[in-house]
Write a protein that binds this ligand. Structure first.
Ligand SMILES: Cc1cc2nc3c(=O)[nH]c(=O)nc-3n(C[C@H](O)[C@H](O)[C@H](O)COP(=O)(O)OP(=O)(O)OC[C@H]3O[C@@H](n4cnc5c(N)ncnc54)[C@H](O)[C@@H]3O)c2cc1C
Length: 447
């Protein structure tokens, strides 16, 4: 097929957001009699799943302290549930297991989940929390836990399988997906600010509407579109915080313990929910008993056949390098700079053993292979979903987003002229207007 010179809709990035937008846009255009999937082109410089979506742990949860995030996640879980087979989705549920310092935050999450009809169980108190966890895992032993939020929905999905599932659905609707096409810039319309063509290494593609879904490469596209490098934020403290950098990178820490995934079944012999534990109990080494940390720490884990073991991660760290200098490429496991090291393996395996006796002495099964990757975060670490330059929709999920498969559906509706209230709290104008999301006591920047 010849390289196209024009498409009504050009979507950049074949990750979860680009592919979900493409598929849902094709469906929406047809349903409204406004076109077909044949009007939609997805381009990616490498391949389907070459970015963050292809290495994501795949956890799907609702556990967010911010009401707007919770409501959005409930919509996303509905999309996962709409075709579990194609999306390779495992609805095993999710557990947030917390110390007293997070009790109040998590109680309010549980309360509001009830209000929006998102099924979950909330256990309070140290003894009841321990009993509840032991009823699931006989070897549970984490100390200092005073609440357990057990979300009955959510779970995880297999990263690349779900992307190919989405791509197949999009292509079945007539969407064209071209890989090996690198965007190098944008052509502006003569009579305004709109983008008239996407410039690529293989030629220009004229378009009416662009969607940018570039994950960790968000800053590069932000710069290509000549959007502001810094923002002024009207803080909740009443102060105007000036010249805050728009982008900062965090390094995600994940790895796999190479045991049979069935090693982590529940007492009933079933595949367990995804476990997320935050704790302020001192964490000691499973290797030599030395103190690893006496500060707040957190881990998550799940048995996963796709990764071949018990896979999970720990809190990320901020990349201190000037964002202008951070090398996003080569990305993920190919990066010489941003893969996890032995410190992560030691901490994570020790934390697993802190929680469940079955992990004691298992650090030798840790898979010594590259894992982890960086994410591009916004100034408040929450997504920006908005239109810039008149016809350029930017999906910048601030690394929240493999689970956000439903955002593409909302973006598609918006491109068809129907704005959804679920996206409103994520507009760029919130910084100047001080409409900021509440901040939790979690050690993770995304809770
Ligand atoms: C290690 C790790 C674990 C994670 N775990 C989870 C999790 O468990 N649950 C969860 O919800 N989220 C998780 N995330 C976050 C999640 O993966 C991302 O938020 C999400 O995948 C971003 O999706 P995307 O479609 O925006 O971008 P991506 O999946 O990164 O896709 C962007 C695409 O853009 C392409 N591209 C870049 N530049 C160009 C260019 N110039 N021209 C053309 N194409 C270009 C890339 O090749 C890439 O394929 C994790 C992230 C990491 C790094």
């Amino acid at each position: 097929m010849a390289f196209p010179s024009y498409y009504p809709y050009v979507i950049v990035g074949a990750g979860i957001h680009g592919l979900s937008t493409a598929y849902h846009l094709a469906v929406q255009l047809k349903a409204r009699g406004r076109g077909t999937g044949g009007d939609v082109l997805v381009i990616d410089k490498t391949s389907i799943g070459a970015g963050a979506s292809g290495i994501a742990c795949g956890v799907v949860r609702n556990n967010y302290f911010q009401p707007a995030m919770r409501e959005l996640m409930a919509q996303c879980v509905e999309v996962w549930e709409s075709d579990p087979e194609a999306y390779s989705y495992h609805p095993v549920g999710y557990m947030q297991i917390s110390p007293e310092s997070m009790h109040e935050d998590v109680a309010s999450i549980a309360e509001q989940q009830k209000e929006i009809g998102y099924e979950s169980v909330f256990i309070e108190g140290e003894k009841d929390s321990m009993d509840y966890m032991k009823s699931l895992f006989h070897d549970w032993r984490a100390q200092g836990i005073t609440s357990v939020l057990h979300e009955k929905k959510g779970g995880y999905a297999n990263n690349t399988s779900s992307l190919y599932g989405l791509a197949n659905k999009a292509e079945a609707e007539g969407v064209r997906i071209m890989t090996g096409v690198t965007v190098t810039g944008f052509e502006s319309a003569q009579d305004g600010d709109a983008v008239s063509a996407v410039k690529t290494n293989r030629g220009d593609i004229g378009c009416d509407q662009v969607v940018i879904a570039a994950g960790p490469w968000a800053k590069q596209f932000w710069d290509m579109l000549e959007l502001p490098k810094t923002v002024d934020i009207q803080g909740k403290d009443g102060e105007l915080h000036k010249d805050i950098p728009m982008w900062v990178y965090w390094s995600l820490q994940e790895g796999t313990l190479g045991v049979d995934p069935a090693f982590q079944v529940t007492n009933a012999g079933e595949m367990p929910p995804v476990i997320h534990v935050d704790s302020d109990a001192p964490l000691y080494s499973t290797v030599d008993g030395s103190l690893i940390t006496d500060r707040m720490w957190g881990i998550y884990y799940k048995p996963d056949f796709h990764f071949g073991g018990v896979q999970g991660g720990a809190a990320p760290f901020k990349v201190e390098t000037d964002p202008e200098e951070v090398a996003v490429d080569p990305y993920g496991t190919e990066s010489p700079e941003f893969v996890v090291g032995t410190d992560f393996a030691h901490m994570w395996c020790s934390a697993l053993a802190h929680c469940q006796a079955r992990f004691e002495g298992r650090i030798d099964r840790y898979k010594n292979e590259p894992s982890g990757g960086i994410g591009a975060f916004t100034p408040d670490s929450f997504p920006v979903f908005d239109t810039f330059r008149e016809n350029c929709f930017f999906v910048a999920d601030s690394n929240h987003g493999y689970k956000m498969i439903g955002v593409g559906k909302l973006v598609a509706q918006e491109l068809c002229g129907e704005r959804n209230t679920l996206l409103e709290p994520f507009r760029f104008s919130r910084y100047a207007q001080g409409r900021l999301h509440p901040i939790s006591h979690s050690p993770f920047p995304w809770s």
